[in-house]
Design a protein around this ligand. Structure first.
Ligand code: SAH
Length: 495
C-alpha cells in the first residue's frame, strides 16, 4: 500500500470546504483530503496532523487563522469532549444545509438517483426553527451512564466521543430540565445507601444507567434504573428522593447482568407509580405566511383532531424529538395519500405510533415489531384511542411478512395498497424488501434514520419495479450530524 505524503505532527494550513459525516471539517492540501476535528466549512486553520493513511489524513486545529461566518459559540460547556453533539459550533442554518446535502449525496452516490431528478423531487428539509421553536432541549429521553472518576467518586454523565469514558454532567442542552433533579436524586441515594456504580471492566457494581423519559404533552416523568443485580439496597430512599421531583409518574428497575453495550435489560419491574407514561402526538399541516416585507415563514400547525395518545413503557422505542415527530409523521401520512379504504402495513412499528395515524385514514392497518413489550403497548394504544382497524404482530419484519404472504397469497382482500417502513439504522432486511416487492403495494413510504442504508434500499427497490417520487429530510436531532428522511416510492406499471 502506498504511504501517505504527509506525516504525523506535521503543521499545515488548510481551508475547510466541507463537513464529514461525523461533523469533522474537510479541507484539501494539493488535492489531499484532511479530516479536521472541530473545524467547519469556511474556516482557515493551521492544523496539526494526528493520523495519516494513504488517501487521507486526520488533524486537529492548532490555530484558527480565519473563522467561518457559520461558526458559533457552543451552548454547552462540554460540547467538545461530549460524544452527544458534534455540530454545536455550527450555525443552525449551516446544520440544516449540511443535512439536506448529506441525504442528497447518499441518494446520488449510493442510491444511484440522478442529480437533476433528485433536485426536482427533494423537498426542503424540515427544520426545528419555526417561530416559537428552538433547536435545543428537545430530547424527551436521556440514558445516562454511571461510573467512577479517577478519585473513585461516583459520577454520571455522557460518554466522550467514541469511548466509554464518562464526562460528568447532570444537565444537557438537548435534554429536558428535569434530568438534573432526577440525576442528583439518584447520585444522593447512591451515596446514602452505598449503591455502587457499575464498572464495565470488572463487571462489578450495581447502577449501570438511568433512563429518563418525559411526556411533552402531559409532563409525566419516567425513571428506570438499569441494574446489575436483583434489587436496590434502600429502595424506599430512592423512591422518596425521586418522588420529590415534580412530574414524577413512574419509577422502575430493569435488570441487566450481561457484559454488553446493550443498555436496557429484557424486562422491567415498576417500583413506584405507574408502569407507563402517556404522550400525545397531533398531525400537523405546513402553512406558509408572508409578512408585509415579503419574508416567508413556515409554520406547522396542529390540526384539530385531538391527535393520538400513546402509552410508553421503559423498553419501547419512542421518537426522541416530539416536536419534529409530529412533522415527520405528518409527512409520512401525506406521502401515504390514503383515501379511507386502503390496506396498509407499518413495518418496524414500535408502539404503533405511525400505525394508529394510518388507521385513522385507512381501511385496515397491520403493524409488525420485534420487541414484545412495544407490541403490548401498540395494542393498548389502539384500545386507548378507540381504534379497531389495527392489528399487530410480534416478530421480525423479515419473518412475519413472508409468512403472512405465503399464507394469504391467493387472498386479494389482504393485498396491501401502501407499505410504510421505519427500520433501525441497518435498514431493511433483503427478505423483507423481497416480500414487499412480491406484495406489489402501489406505494412504499420509507422513513429512515440513516440515509446511507435508505439509499441502498431505494436502489434495490428502483431496479425491482419501484420509483422514487418524493424525498424530505427532517431534522429530528439538531446539534448532531444525524438526520431523518421520508421517501415516497411508487410502483411502476408493468414491472
Ligand atoms: N415506527 C416507530 C418505530 C421506529 S424505530 C416509531 O416511529 O416510533 C424502529 C423499530 O424497529 C424499533 O421499535 C425496533 O424495536 C424495531 N425493530 C428492529 N429490528 C426489527 C425487525 N427486524 N423487525 C421488526 N422490527 C424491528
Amino acid at each position: 500500500m502506498s504511504r501517505s505524503p504527509y506525516e504525523k505532527n506535521q503543521i499545515l494550513t488548510v481551508t475547510i470546504t466541507d463537513l464529514g459525516s461525523e461533523g469533522e471539517g474537510i479541507g484539501k492540501v494539493d488535492g489531499f483530503p484532511f479530516f479536521v476535528k472541530g473545524a467547519v466549512p469556511g474556516d482557515v486553520a493551521e492544523i496539526k496532523v494526528t493520523k495519516t493513511a494513504a488517501r487521507m489524513a486526520y488533524a486537529r486545529v492548532e490555530c484558527l487563522l480565519g473563522s467561518s461566518p457559520n461558526r458559533i459559540d457552543p451552548l454547552c460547556e462540554v460540547a467538545g469532549p461530549c460524544g452527544g453533539c458534534n455540530l454545536q459550533h455550527y450555525s443552525y442554518e449551516g446544520q440544516l444545509a449540511f443535512k439536506q446535502n448529506k441525504v442528497k449525496n447518499n441518494l446520488m452516490r449510493i442510491g444511484g438517483i440522478e442529480k437533476e431528478y433528485l433536485e426536482k423531487i427533494m423537498e426542503p428539509i424540515i427544520g426545528m426553527n419555526d417561530p416559537g421553536e428552538e433547536p435545543w432541549h428537545y430530547r424527551n429521553k436521556a440514558q445516562v451512564p454511571f461510573g467512577k472518576n479517577r478519585e473513585g467518586k461516583t459520577i454520571c454523565g455522557f460518554y466522550a466521543g467514541r469511548t466509554h469514558s464518562i464526562i460528568p454532567q447532570t444537565t444537557c442542552a438537548l435534554g429536558v430540565p428535569e434530568n438534573e433533579a432526577v440525576l442528583d436524586a439518584v447520585l444522593k441515594y447512591m451515596e446514602e445507601c452505598g449503591a455502587a456504580p457499575y464498572d464495565e471492566e470488572s463487571g462489578k457494581g450495581l447502577i449501570r444507567h438511568v433512563l429518563i423519559r418525559k411526556s411533552r404533552a402531559y409532563g409525566q416523568l419516567m425513571v428506570c434504573l438499569v441494574i446489575n443485580g436483583k434489587k436496590l439496597p434502600g429502595q424506599e430512599h430512592l423512591i422518596e428522593r425521586l418522588r420529590g421531583v415534580p412530574g414524577m409518574y413512574s419509577v422502575s428497575i430493569s435488570v441487566n447482568r450481561e457484559k454488553t453495550n446493550v443498555i436496557m435489560g429484557s424486562s422491567y419491574e415498576t417500583i413506584w407509580g405507574e408502569a407507563t407514561i402517556e404522550d400525545r402526538i397531533c398531525l400537523c399541516e405546513e402553512t406558509k405566511e408572508t409578512a408585509r416585507d415579503g419574508t416567508e415563514t413556515t409554520l406547522w400547525k396542529e390540526t384539530e383532531n385531538g391527535g393520538v395518545i400513546y402509552r410508553i413503557s421503559p423498553l419501547s422505542f419512542y421518537q426522541v424529538n416530539p416536536v419534529q415527530t409530529q412533522k415527520l409523521y405528518s409527512t409520512a401520512l401525506r406521502y401515504a395519500d390514503l383515501k379511507g379504504e386502503e390496506t396498509v402495513w407499518d413495518l418496524y412499528c414500535g408502539i404503533g405510533t405511525i400505525s394508529l395515524f394510518l388507521a385513522g385514514k385507512a381501511g385496515k392497518v397491520y403493524g409488525v415489531e420485534i420487541v414484545p413489550q412495544a407490541i403490548e403497548d401498540a395494542w393498548a394504544n389502539a384500545r386507548r384511542n378507540g381504534i379497531e382497524n389495527a392489528e399487530f404482530f410480534t416478530g421480525a419484519a423479515e419473518v412475519v411478512l413472508p409468512a403472512f404472504y405465503e399464507k394469504h397469497r391467493n387472498d386479494t382482500s389482504v393485498h396491501p395498497d401502501v407499505i410504510v417502513v421505519d427500520p433501525p439504522r441497518k435498514g431493511c432486511d433483503k427478505a423483507c424488501l423481497d416480500t414487499m416487492i412480491l406484495m406489489q403495494p402501489e406505494r412504499i413510504v420509507y422513513v429512515s434514520c440513516d440515509s446511507a442504508t435508505l439509499a441502498r434500499d431505494v436502489k434495490y427497490l428502483e431496479v425491482r419495479g419501484y420509483h422514487l417520487i418524493k424525498v424530505r429530510a427532517c431534522d429530528m436531532f439538531p446539534q448532531t450530524t444525524h438526520v431523518e428522511t421520508v421517501c415516497l416510492m411508487s410502483r411502476v406499471e408493468g414491472k
